[in-house]
Write a new protein. Sequence first.
Lengths: 292, 360
Amino acid sequence: MQFFQQIVDGIASGSIYGALALALVLVYRSTGLVNFSQGQMAVVAAYIAYSASNAGLPIVAAVVVAALASAVLGAFLERAVMRRFEAGSQLVTIVVTVALLICLNGLVSLIWGADMKSFPALFPTRDLAIGSVRFTMADLGTIAVLVVTIVVLKLLFQRTRFGLAMRAVAQNPESSAQCGLPVGRLLMSGWALAAMVGAVACCLVAPTISLEPNMMDGVLVYALAAAVLGGLDSPLGSVAAAWGIGIAQNLVGSSLDFIGSDLQIVVPMVLMGVVLLVRPQGLFGRREVARV
Amino acid sequence: MTTDRSWPRASLAVGVLAGVAAFVMLALLPLSASPYMNLQIALIGAYAVAIRGLDVLTGHAGQASLAQSAFFGLGAYTAVYGFGHGWPASVSLLAALVITGVVGVALALPAVRLRGFAFGTITLAAPVIAVPLANRLTGVTGGSQGLTVSALAAPEWTGLADDQWHYYVVLVIAAVAFLLVQNLLRGRVGRGLDLLRTNETVATAMGIPVMRYKVLAFTVSALCGGLAGWLYVVLVEFISPEALQLHLAVFMLVAVIVGGLRSPLGSVIGAAFYVIVPEVTDKVAPGRSYLVFGIALLVVMIFFPTGVYGGLRLLMSKLTPRAWRSRPTTSTATDNIATPRGATSCDDEALSGPSPRSVP
């Protein structure tokens, strides 16, 4: 069942893109901008987990520590750097997030060095087989973590007052402020949550691709494509799109010979292009409405 | 809604004098400067063409594009192919323009139906696909090793060295390109682009052929990118897929915003930033140049959110006596590529003013 194997592998790789895409959507929904440094913030977290693990912590605890640290980093960056730019030109926010990407990249190289490091595996290295379809525990673990993350976020946003407050600020900051909501702190929380999700994504993929400062650059491209394809304001949509991209990439890559591993990126790009032409707001996005 | 149309006489005189001085300096410089210096300045000129082209699409038409490096690469590879096969320079130049123009239109026609971040991400496809493609097509592109050519040799009658000749050719062609673009932007097209950037619905209602203008802006941008690539090869005499990584596309977008949108001088400043600052940071802090470059970018954006050119103008206006000051120009409020969040209120401010996100 080659077909099902491809699908499973696709969902597994898509989960990584999906997790980072989820982080991108969280930032877009809370602060209205696309954070090009999301991947790099995740890399910082992975390096923190690496150091924590080297210091003796079990790897899962190290990842938790890293996630908390990246939440602090995310909140700090929003308050210290991004806050002044959020009300202004979006093109400037692009430059600022790119500048953050460069700074964080340089920081990582400075503190930990630019050589490749190996990251301890998070899941036992057993393989499972159902019929002729093989899963690695890492694949299953990744998918499971992503699903749990989505469920937790959904519950957070729909069932808690905090989530309600965040949704209010995202939709109408002025009215939220007038209702007494601490808008600044909620914006910071949006970035903190996104940073945590990104951190988990990077730690999940790190055992496979080894730690190095540029490790998330490729994933960021896929995550951007997935986020836009699914709709920048739809968390579920972007994850679904990411899975779709992962599956399509595997299926097309294995059936068409001339698409080797280097041209694999063509598949999600073409897919994205085709879908966006028909639905510019993405598969699950909301149509932009502006009054004239 | 225009750029610097309103310089009063005194500032104009100063500007013209400065321009003439700069022209004379640039014309005489290569005769005494080192080949390295000539190369750097000419490179600034070449990149400035690409960035000016991107400015037409991003600054004037309001669409952030990440495809410029792909067109740059296309022009560069055409140049290398032409020089390698003994074509006269003008033929390879024409070929570079035609090829990038055709590809530009082909990419533009579907892409302009999108806006904002969706458009940006679609243009992302161009460099992302171009690099592995360039690596693959070893026959034409020389694969990952790239190709070296010896481009224009200085003709005998000039008595110039090769690098000086390249300098003059590149800067003259760049100047012509800038003039052509400026001419385009001063006319009906420029005004149309300004309006469709500010409010596309109103532009359509007024009868401006929005899609056609967007395709035009995209194609002009592509042509400039291709030309810049051709100029790059004349100077550097080498191209490889390495030079066309996604970083170049992102940095070009960064350069156009940092230099100053909707301004030819801003494009030159952006190109200078891109060429010079990494060199400087490398000397100042070797091994940490990336970090310092990032900090430099952040600092520039914090203090000059309208770009370096905008900041310089502000500085100049603060230094000139009140009577000489020019009228205020466009605000950066039109530099949003997607609808500002929460833009559902009725007041005009929501559309032409800053995004209604006022964080207490």
